[in-house]
Design a protein around this ligand. Structure first.
Ligand code: BES
Ligand code: MN
Ligand code: ZN
Length: 497
């Protein structure tokens, strides 16, 4: 899919389809929409009147182009919430997904008045997301050639940043798609060592890639990470990708993004129920997100002082698996009693976060499909984050808002720390169910000393059903936010109003 900026009127743009967002308060038509409708000969108003276009979120109606230059108009019901990036991303995704299989060579997208650069950038990402086909990963015979046809080119009307903005956004979109496929890959196909191979391809983008094997991790004292991986036949790896800007950075500004990379989470000895266990192949979504974000930033702003860290394991039961009650020693010297082997994400992140600090990271973000409790509380749309200090959280919030991802801050209530006390170690990896989302962050807090944000994407990394804007499966959550955060971070601290 190509993206092109064009300075042209929606009424006269040359394309097969003109996609137009329409919001609840646009009915009855007025202003810019009424003008377009008049130029089209009233086909939009007619469709609305006929009930073709109801007001369900992300409902689409494909109507005849009337007297416009385009042959069809695609009305996409948007949701006016938050910043423009949020709605633009979904509108664009819904539009391209709706047109999938139709052999549309050119779609024009008119975001209408007042959208900023961030909204257009998010629309490029959304447009690519809408054409995503999980079937392309492993499907061989099921889909017909017609089903595989995506929109060939998108013409964006009145882009504030012009073609250059679109081209840069396309690099980001490409990384989202790439990371999404990584996260979607099956556990027999993508295990820790394979992920390390994937990471090494970033050397072509000028990154330096280090991969620690179990012996090296043992020598460093990463007992917490190694304990999780010891039951699996596929050995753990710790992947670290440094951008060219990492070594050039001044000592007080280096950002590490750390992603949970559990290639399969069976729960280990505290084994999960069989129902929907197959979804736990996506427990590596955090790792996929940080690697993909590193790729985008390496291509867009290689001087960014960024390192992506991905602790990769398989959490499996077996004769050598770690048991409930085992006590492991983390790299930072803390001992951990493993109450529940299914609370494994925090165990691998503990060592990865501390290791990132030893590498010189001054600011940290971790991203993880960490708790079912987060998915229960926030669902598929909203990622929850914890931060310390608040100012550092504000920066990731801004990056999420700017790229059309929905993040919400949760309280890092350190008052809950005593609930993780145990007589057998410095801390235990899991307590009771009450407050368990917050307590997972409290656990991680024990292993960081620098400004830090923890993002829980357990609900948002993976869609359990098809949506108007996306097929079921992984969606590439976090890639745009992390990439944007890193690039804003590179630009230096912002003066605050
Ligand atoms: N990977 C899971 C969390 C998860 C659940 C992600 C559902 C996405 C969808 C995580 O490792 C886990 O098993 N967490 C446990 C923690 C508990 C044992 C303290 C959970 O949430 O049940
Ligand atoms: Mn688990
Ligand atoms: Zn897990």
């Amino acid at each position: 899919m190509r993206v092109r900026a064009e300075q042209s009127d929606p009424a006269s743009v040359q394309a097969d389809v003109l996609a137009v967002p329409i919001y609840k308060d646009d009915i009855p038509l007025s202003g810019d929409l009424a003008k377009l409708d008049a130029a089209a000969g009233g086909v939009i108003a007619e469709a609305i009147e006929w009930g073709e276009f109801n007001i369900l979120e992300h409902y689409t109606a494909l109507v005849d182009g009337g007297s416009l230059a385009v042959s069809r108009i695609l009305l996409v019901n948007g949701v006016r919430r938050g910043r423009g990036a949020w709605r633009a991303r979904r509108i664009a995704a819904t539009a391209t997904r709706r047109l999938q299989g139709h052999g549309v060579e050119r779609m024009a997208l008119w975001l209408r008045d007042g959208e900023d650069e961030d909204a257009f950038s998010a629309a490029v990402v959304g447009a690519r997301q809408g054409t995503y086909r999980p079937m392309d990963v492993y499907g061989r015979v099921r889909d017909t050639d017609a089903m595989k046809r995506s929109v060939g080119e998108i013409v964006f009307l009145d882009v504030p940043g012009g073609q250059q903005l679109l081209d840069r956004s396309d690099i980001l979109a490409d990384a989202v798609e790439w990371g999404r496929t990584l996260a979607n890959r099956a556990s027999n196909d993508l295990y820790p060592e394979k992920m390390a191979e994937v990471a090494r391809t970033l050397e072509e983008d000028g990154c330096s890639v280090a991969v620690l094997d179990p012996d090296e991790m043992r020598a460093l004292g990463m007992g917490s990470l190694l304990g999780v991986g010891q039951g699996a036949t596929h050995d753990p790896r710790l992947i670290a990708i440094k951008l060219p800007g990492w070594d050039k950075a001044s000592d007080d500004r280096r950002l590490a993004i750390v992603g949970k990379g559990v290639c399969f989470d069976s729960g280990g000895i505290s084994i999960k129920p069989a129902d929907r266990m197959e979804e736990m192949k996506h427990d590596k979504s955090g790792a996929a997100a940080v690697i993909a974000a590193a790729r985008a930033v390496a291509r867009l702003a290689p001087d960014t002082p960024l390192m992506a860290v991905a602790p990769m394991v398989e959490n499996m039961p077996g004769g050598n698996a770690q048991r409930p009650g085992d006590v492991v020693k983390a790299m930072n010297g803390r001992t951990v009693e493993v109450i529940n082997t299914d609370a494994e994400g925090r165990l691998i992140l503990a060592d990865a976060l501390h290791w990132a600090e030893t590498q010189g990271a001054t600011h940290l973000v971790d991203i993880a499909t960490l708790t079912g409790a987060c998915a229960v509380a926030f669902g598929e749309l909203i990622s929850a984050y914890f931060c310390k200090p608040r100012e550092w959280g504000t920066e990731i919030q801004a990056a999420a808002d700017a790229t059309g991802e929905w993040f919400w801050e949760m309280p890092l209530a350190t008052e809950y720390r005593p609930s993780l006390d145990t007589p057998h170690a410095d801390i235990k990896n899991s307590g009771t169910r009450d407050g368990s989302l917050i307590k997972s962050a409290i656990f991680l807090h024990e292993f960081v000393t620098k400004p830090w944000v923890h993002v829980d994407i357990a609900g948002t990394a993976y869609l359990t059903a098809d949506k108007a804007w996306s097929p079921k499966g992984c969606v590439g959550t976090g890639v745009t936010t992390l990439a944007r955060l890193a690039m804003d971070y590179a630009a230096g601290p912002k003066p605050r109003a």
